[in-house]
Design a protein around this ligand. Sequence first.
Ligand SMILES: Cc1ncc(COP(=O)(O)O)c(C=O)c1O
Length: 393
Amino acid sequence: MLKTVSAFDRIGEENAFAVLARATALAAAGRDIINLGIGQPDFLTPAHIVEAAIKALRDGHHGYTPAVGILPLREAVAANLERRFAINVSPGNVLIVPGGKVTMFMAILMFGEPGVDILYPDPGFPIYRSMIEFTGARPIPVPIRERNAFAFSADETLSLITPQTRLLILNSPANPTGGVTPKAEIERLVAGLEHHPKVAVLSDEIYDQMLYDGETHQCLLGFPSIRDRVILLNGWSKTYAMTGWRVGYSVWPDALYELARKLAVNCYSCVNAPAQWAAIAALTGPQDGISKMVAEFDARRKVVVAGLNGLPGVSCATPKGAFYALPNIMGTGWKAKALASALLEETGVAIVGGPDFGVLGEGYVRLSYANSTPNIVQALARMGEFLASRKAA
Ligand SMILES: Cc1ncc(COP(=O)(O)O)c(C=O)c1O
């Protein structure tokens, strides 16, 4: 029997991938499946980005790049942050990584160890907790409440900080709630964090351009008083429909950048070169693909929210960002995971149970509206028939 480290007894998973695998298997067996489970845009990467990758391959970009990423890409990231938020970032603090997830992996590895507390949103992206547990640190959930429109509460977050707290993970716009934390609340949180100079902040802003109803994004790098301990997580996966390209970026304070670079060298050497050239084209080329995609998501969002609110026992808050809805299903009598599983097996509609995003996810399910409006309408109809005819298991 091979003996691996005990940390693997504690590592978790992202159940949305298991739902995707089951939905794919059912579809392969001939079932008519509507997938509202997975969190990736149902759009193709814009053509000019694809062309840039092809050109890079034709131009001979086949070798290793610097571990931190090619300079023109890091410059493009810095220019993009300057243009969108008037934030000055040196390309020397930008790290190109194989997907946004890698930034959270690195940051949690850097701060997590036994005896340390790490704060993370619950419900939230499941990898935060999984990686915190892997390092042996104590995961401290920050409750993200429906009655607070799924925003972070500054006061509640600050009240959870202890002398053991080393890292606070924020995410707005958020997965799985679609919640957006308002500017005033972020300012209050930042003001409070000024009294906790030993707490680093990982700000997961991967959905920063997916906002509705006139919401604007607050990049955490824009707050000078905590700037020296903010790690920004962002990337191309969602904004440019590039989930499969595996390219993301992080911005690290000087004190941490070298450590992140060393992790990159030890783990993956560099991000594949053509994806980096494609990422430059994404940032420097036409941006209208984003607004078209967001307008389409916005239209679907309205269909999803109205449809869900018409289902028996279901109520759905209106998400302000990302492309997820997290309806409250407590009135149906179903447990969330049992409902998600029964819906997939019996009606072919794939969704994810709220508990896959944390203990506070019980009573909720997540629908991704990265699917066509006709499919969404059909899925809602199937859910309605199911809830009207089946007693809770
Ligand atoms: C909140 C959040 N952060 C990060 C990621 C990871 O993105 P990537 O696919 O670029 O690794 C996701 C993907 O679903 C996400 O929802």
